[in-house]
Design a protein around this ligand. Structure first.
Ligand SMILES: [Zn+2]
Length: 248
């Protein structure tokens, strides 16, 4: 079997456009287009999939890509088509993501890491889940004593970390090496399937290190600021914090 297509969102979150060839169409409702390379992020880890367009080189016909998702190891692209026509296998296409939306997601995603990092460093509370939309998101923590006054403090601390212009790095580590890093254990790295040989990590240098598949900005200054918009108890121990970017 041929190797999977090149998946640029994991290696370079800033690549927003690429020329590719159609490798095949995964039949289904809707059918999903597989390319030999793509800049689309297929969704996962709380980050929604990209949207964008495909433009066929031969005749300029353009399709809206409404979503993307993993199809086995490949990334499948969901296309809007009124007449049922899709690009054919072998067609050359220009692949573009909705960059304004993606960049907002990268900023939001990085802000959530900063939140996780502060809550772990200063309150020893573990994250249990999270989700985001462009410009806002939420995280759940095992954080029994979380309350209104702490939330104000957390907001202030997260903003201080963002202004500190910390670099954000992507690393691919061999499985054994990743499992030896104590900080990674808290992000449930132990739940990774046994077959995975390399672990992708995202590090906000000096603040946060997580096993993660999403897209992030390269420095916290690019995030701007955040505001805590709400918090809830999801039980005695489990608490949820909602944030938004202040200039989203
Ligand atoms: Zn992330």
């Amino acid at each position: 079997m041929a190797p999977t297509g090149e998946q640029l969102s994991y290696s370079d979150a800033y690549s927003r456009s690429v020329v590719a060839r159609v490798r095949g169409i995964e039949a289904g409702e809707p059918p999903l287009l597989i390319l030999d390379r793509t800049v689309f992020y297929p969704g996962g880890g709380g980050q929604p999939a990209d949207r964008g367009t495909l433009r066929r080189a031969a005749d300029g016909r353009t399709w809206t890509v409404t979503s993307a998702r993993k199809v086995g190891d490949e990334i499948g692209h969901q296309l809007e088509t009124a007449d049922g026509e899709l690009p054919a296998e072998g067609d050359e296409v220009e692949v573009d993501i909705d960059w304004a939306r993606r960049h907002l997601l990268m900023r939001t995603h990085t802000a959530l890491h900063a939140l996780c990092g502060v809550v772990w460093r200063d309150y020893s509370a573990q994250v249990t889940g999270g989700n985001m939309e462009p410009g806002n998101g939420r995280m759940d923590f095992e954080f029994e004593r979380m309350g209104g006054e702490l939330v104000d403090e957390i907001e202030e601390k997260v903003n201080a970390e963002l202004t500190a212009e910390r670099d954000v790095r992507v690393n691919l580590l061999p499985r054994d090496e990743a499992f030896a890093i104590p900080d990674l254990i808290r992000t449930k790295i132990n739940l990774l399937p046994p077959g995975i040989e390399t672990v992708r990590t995202i590090e906000i240098v000096g603040l946060d290190l997580q096993a993660d598949g999403g897209t992030h900005v390269a420095n916290t200054r690019e995030v701007g600021g955040i505001r805590v918009t709400g918090y809830e108890s999801k039980g005695r121990i489990n608490k949820r914090i909602r944030i938004e970017l202040t200039d989203a």
